[in-house]
Design a protein around this ligand. Structure first.
Ligand SMILES: CC(C)=CCC/C(C)=C(\C)COP(=O)(O)OP(=O)(O)O
Ligand SMILES: [Mg+2]
Length: 434
């Protein structure tokens, strides 16, 4: 198995990545200045000075400020003689090696949900997108036999390469991006094949999830029983995908990063089970109960690997502090409600009743579909603002480079996730409410 090219953990914030998620740190700097002004102390400099940061009060959902070519900045210097200037040199594409043809990186399209608070991001680097798309298809087909031929269009339409490149702008190499991309594909395989529209069912889901979870958190038992367990990890596509994606991840992650990921995946599986229980009972939970379930059935395992994908480590104690846990939960909840909003019409069209926030609010609060949807947009916006203000407060309170970079990485994931949902018109289409 190819070993991912590793960078030392605890690397400092590279210049090319220092602008991502910058609004969080910019807000922290502004907050620190306000506090100093109120107490009469001279203001401190911003936690991570960055000449190319957008203005402190840069509006959300607005194009980058004139004169700031974000994409160019993020690429770093180019041209003859600049190779040595890149801390995170992007690899050259492996042209002419397309064993499995991949669709070329689609240009951004789709419109944002009106009134949705979000930060637009530059279109992800097409060179990286192309290479990640090529490698993930090869992994899916050749290493884990993920899907039959007739799912190919759907696999391509998911555009996981664009997704992960947009969410991890500070990944040092394509190998690092692949860590996130394999896991994303594996997580969706489990969701589709065990829970949802590719043969999934709430019946027997607990058993399937538990056995698949052992691909992430291995069984340790007597030799006699160890072997049938090891064979079981090859028994279906979701387990093959989890096993392989985790094997790559563990090689690149520190032990505590791997354990963080296992914990987040256990949370995810618990959320799937609550959703399945309600489906079996044909029960619509109260809104707060739905939000509690969705805090677990949630994208959380994706932004929380931002440090592994970035080639550094947020130490376990700093990750575990309650302020960080709150920031992670708020960010992950915002990303997941984004999914509820963009996938609303897809889920209305799917068989049976598919719970999402607008559906639950309409049912439980007696609102029209439109008003429930618009209220859900407000819930999302409140979550986003809470995420950003708590992240800013934590960044100001804890000026440790790995904390600052992790917070930026989470913010970048939030923005990239929105971008992917907005632009994935193969998968999602907006309702006709405006
Ligand atoms: C961690 C991860 C990628 C989990 C998969 C669970 C998942 C697909 C979501 C949190 C998104 O929700 P949903 O199942 O509603 O996805 P779609 O609307 O079908 O895109
Ligand atoms: Mg959805």
């Amino acid at each position: 198995m190819p070993v991912p090219e590793l960078t030392p953990p605890q690397s400092s914030l590279p210049d090319a990545a220092s602008r991502f998620g910058a609004h969080v740190l910019a807000e922290a700097a502004a907050r620190a200045c306000d506090i100093k002004a109120a107490t009469g102390d001279p203001p401190d400099p911003p936690p991570v000075p960055s000449p190319a940061l957008p203005p402190l009060d840069a509006p959300a959902a607005a194009a980058p400020a004139p004169g700031i070519d974000l994409e160019r900045i993020l690429r770093g210097p180019s041209g003859l003689g600049t190779q040595g200037l890149h801390l995170f040199r992007q690899e050259e594409p492996l042209l002419g090696q397309e064993k499995h043809p991949v669709p070329s990186a689609a240009p951004a399209e789709g419109r944002p949900i009106p009134g949705l608070y979000h930060h637009p991001v530059p279109e992800p680097d097409p060179v990286r997108v192309e290479e990640v798309s090529r490698r993930i298809k090869s992994w899916a087909l050749d290493e884990v036999a993920l899907y039959p031929d007739d799912w190919e269009e759907e696999f391509d339409g998911f555009s996981v390469g664009r997704y992960m490149v947009a969410c991890h702008p500070d990944a040092p190499t394509v190998d690092h991006l692949m860590l996130a991309t394999r896991l994303m594909v594996a997580e969706n395989a489990v969701d589709d094949c065990y829970c949802e529209d590719h043969g999934g069912s709430p019946v027997g889901l607990g058993e399937r999830l538990l056995l698949a979870h052992t691909a992430l958190d291995p069984l340790h038992t007597t030799q006699e029983y160890q072997q049938p367990w090891a064979r079981s990890l090859h028994a279906d596509a979701p387990r093959r995908a989890y096993r392989s994606a985790m094997e790559y991840f563990v090689q690149a992650a520190t032990p505590s990063q791997a354990d963080r990921f296992r914990h987040d995946m256990a949370r995810l599986h618990m959320g799937y089970l609550a959703e399945a229980a309600w489906a079996q009972m044909d029960h619509v939970p109260e809104v707060w109960e739905y939000l509690a379930m969705r805090q677990f059935n949630n994208f959380r395992p994706c932004p929380t690997i931002t440090d592994t994908v970035g080639g550094y480590e947020l130490p376990a104690d700093l990750h575990a502090q309650s302020a960080m846990q709150k920031v992670i939960a708020l960010a992950s909840n915002a990303t997941t409600i984004v999914n509820d909003l963009y996938s609303y019409t897809k889920e209305l069209d799917s068989p049976g009743r598919h719970l999402n926030l607008p559906v639950v609010i309409a049912e439980r609060e007696g609102l029209s579909d439109r008003d429930a949807y618009l209220k859900s947009v407000e819930v999302h916006n409140d979550l986003m603002r809470d995420f950003e203000s708590h992240a800013a407060a934590l960044a100001a309170d804890c000026p440790v480079p790995s904390v600052q970079r992790f917070l930026r990485g989470v913010a970048a994931w939030v923005d990239g996730n929105h971008h992917w949902h907005q632009t994935n018109t193969y998968r999602y289409r907006l309702p006709d409410f405006w």
